[in-house]
Design a protein around this ligand. Structure first.
Ligand code: PMP
Length: 311
């Protein structure tokens, strides 16, 4: 793979990544008052690069930023264009992961120090790095975390807020220390919420089930993609309903969905095999369908792909 330029979009300019820095006084660093996205760009059949569902990711970024009173300063089309421009300047020709971050920066003159969302300036930065797709990865083993997902009256879990990821990091840390790959977090009612950075689906008595947004989870864009593909391509309706821990552990198939993990089969939960302990048939079909879609091999979903264009 040819070298790519280490660049970021930072404070309104494209700069060398090493120069995209923040002072220690940055409000978001001290209080977790930032919002972010994780977006993927995939090499297409024709060799070009395309961003997958960039508009939907940036719509969610703008929704998240409203919650924290962060002024991103650009609309969705402009954010998509900045992302494509970053890809072109980097010279990206392989699969990429894109990380936009909008955050609270510095107290405005006259603002008293303290935890606050007003009287503070805002900033936007976008960086990107190479990240291959995991098509051939086998199943993963997950723990049920002792950490619960916070209720939305405690933290706005539907917004992708940096500070909230302390909860996710603690869950991952606990799971890894116990020898698992990832953790599934229950919500305050003891129902399945989501995994550390992905949503949860289960095949229960032939039905595809995923928890509703009221289960205190981030409404994943991959979750939406999977619901759409299951209906359109496989003729399987997804049932949005609460999923108990028992139901999950006794499901025929379980898989996680997220931009980073894409669709990954779960073959063991808390030391017990899921089904036969191997990726299930519906999971495998959805995985191959998903990979066709993100690579532009399915004309029905080309509208989800935004070509970056030649450098
Ligand atoms: N839940 C959490 C907590 C996440 O961090 C992510 C990753 N953004 C997801 C779910 C999946 O969301 P998406 O499919 O939009 O990447």
């Amino acid at each position: 793979t040819p070298a790519i330029a280490a660049l970021a979009y930072h404070d309104g300019e494209f700069v060398p990544l090493a120069e995209a820095q923040v002072p220690v006084t940055t409000q978001a660093l001290q209080y977790g008052t930032g919002v972010f996205e994780g977006i993927r760009a995939y090499v297409q059949e024709d060799g070009g690069l395309a961003v997958f569902r960039g508009h939907d990711h940036y719509r969610r970024l703008l929704r998240s930023s409203r919650t924290l009173r962060i002024e991103v300063g650009h609309d969705v089309p402009r954010l998509c264009e900045l992302t494509a421009e970053l890809m072109r300047r980097i010279g990206a020709m392989s699969d990429m992961y894109i990380r936009p971050l909008a955050y609270k920066r510095a107290l405005l003159p006259g603002s008293p120090p303290g935890v606050q969302l007003t009287g503070v300036s805002d900033a936007l930065t976008i960086n990107a790095f190479r990240m291959g797709s995991y098509t051939d990865r086998g199943g993963i083993r997950v723990a049920i975390s002792s950490w619960r997902r916070p209720e939305s009256v405690v933290l706005p879990v539907r917004a992708k807020v940096t500070g909230g990821y302390v909860n996710n990091a603690l869950a991952v840390d606990e799971a890894r220390a116990a020898g698992y790959d990832d953790a599934i977090l229950l919500n305050s009612r003891g129902q399945v919420a989501e995994a550390s950075t992905s949503n949860v689906f289960a095949v229960v008595r032939g039905r595809l089930v995923t928890p509703p947004v009221t289960a205190d989870l981030l409404e994943g864009i991959t979750r939406d993609t999977v619901v759409t593909l299951a209906t359109d391509v496989l003729g399987v309706e997804t049932v949005l309903q609460d999923l108990g821990r028992d139901e999950l552990c006794n499901a025929d198939e379980v898989f996680l969905t997220g931009t980073g993990v894409e669709i990954v089969p779960v073959t063991e939960i808390a030391g017990r095999p899921v089904g036969e302990g191997v990726p299930g048939p519906l999971t495998k079909t959805l995985m191959s369908t998903y990979h066709d879609v993100v690579r532009g091999r399915d004309p029905r979903y080309r509208h989800w792909l935004q070509a970056v264009g030649p450098a």
